[in-house]
Design a protein around this ligand. Structure first.
Ligand code: ADP
Ligand code: C5P
Length: 244
């Protein structure tokens, strides 16, 4: 049978029209669970594809003068701390194949670097990573696959203390105070309840090579279907089987 007679139905991000939308993956999980590490491992394995990472952290709102003066009282773990409309705008542009300038966030000074941006180009795969990327339905609706990185709270706290003191200019006491007052309650109220939206839950984060290999295999399958639709734009895919 010719390509034109191949049977067809849209499957996931491969649209019935064979249109060229990137595959969008959301990666969520508590602070220091290993989200970035897992994303880096997926990106490394997909070295033969164009993959970009977008961090929800880049969309932290700037603080008012009053908030800056009392930064120890500011809740960076509440959904309102993020400019989600701007995140949606950037993701919309990337999904439609345009490049975007993404803000760069400075954790030491709790503000965006006003002059520099990170230019992110159109790509085959967009990974959106952050503690609350499953919280807002509009953001979830952008995703073709949702991954939750599940790491024990004691391990996450230990990593967070090390990271925030070494990389983010904090002292141990302030990390522990922030954790008890904001980070843990927001994890219980917002992050953990959003785990139910995940398609895949990865225990132990970056240590779980089997889970990461399986996820990469799945992405490759989806990208393969995408490539076929680019070659044969009038061919539709039924489930995952192809008949040519
Ligand atoms: P997240 O993006 O969820 O905040 P990261 O991937 O940035 O988490 O990891 C947080 C910290 O923990 C980093 O300093 C990182 O080097 C460390 N880390 C992440 N995964 C592991 C691991 N499997 N073993 C040891 N340290 C890890
Ligand atoms: O990389 P990670 O997912 O841990 O980043 C999110 C964490 O960053 C949140 O738990 C929040 O408490 C912290 N944060 C901070 N100071 C800021 C912005 C975010 O401690 N200025």
């Amino acid at each position: 049978a010719s390509a034109a007679t191949a049977t067809a139905v849209a499957n996931g991000f491969v649209s019935g029209e064979g249109s060229k939308q990137p595959f969008v993956i959301g990666v969520s999980g508590g602070t220091a669970s290993g989200k970035t590490t897992v994303c880096d491992m997926i990106i490394q394995q997909l070295h033969d594809h164009r993959v970009v990472l977008v961090n929800q952290d880049s969309f932290y709102r700037g603080l008012t003068e009053e908030e800056s003066d009392r930064v120890q009282d500011y809740n960076f773990d509440h959904p309102d701390a993020f400019d989600t409309d701007q995140l949606l705008e950037c993701m919309g542009q990337l999904k439609s194949g345009q490049s975007v300038n993404i803000p760069i966030y400075d954790f030491k000074n709790h503000r965006r670097c006003s002059e520099s941006f990170r230019k992110v180009n159109a790509s085959d795969v967009i990974i959106l990573e952050g503690i609350l990327v499953f919280h807002d339905q509009r953001v979830r609706d952008l995703m073709d696959m949702k991954i939750f990185v599940d790491t024990d709270a004691d391990i996450r706290l230990a990593r967070r203390i090390r990271r925030d003191t070494v990389e983010r200019g904090r002292d141990v006491i302030s990390v522990l105070e922030q954790y008890g007052r904001f980070v843990k309650p927001a994890f219980d109220d917002f992050v953990l309840p959003s785990k139910k939206y995940a398609d895949v839950i990865i225990p132990r984060g970056g240590d779980n090579h089997v889970a990461i290999d399986l996820i990469v295999q799945h992405i490759r399958t989806k990208l393969g279907q995408h490539d076929l639709c680019k070659i044969y734009p009038n061919v539709y895919v039924v489930h995952t089987t192809f008949q040519i």
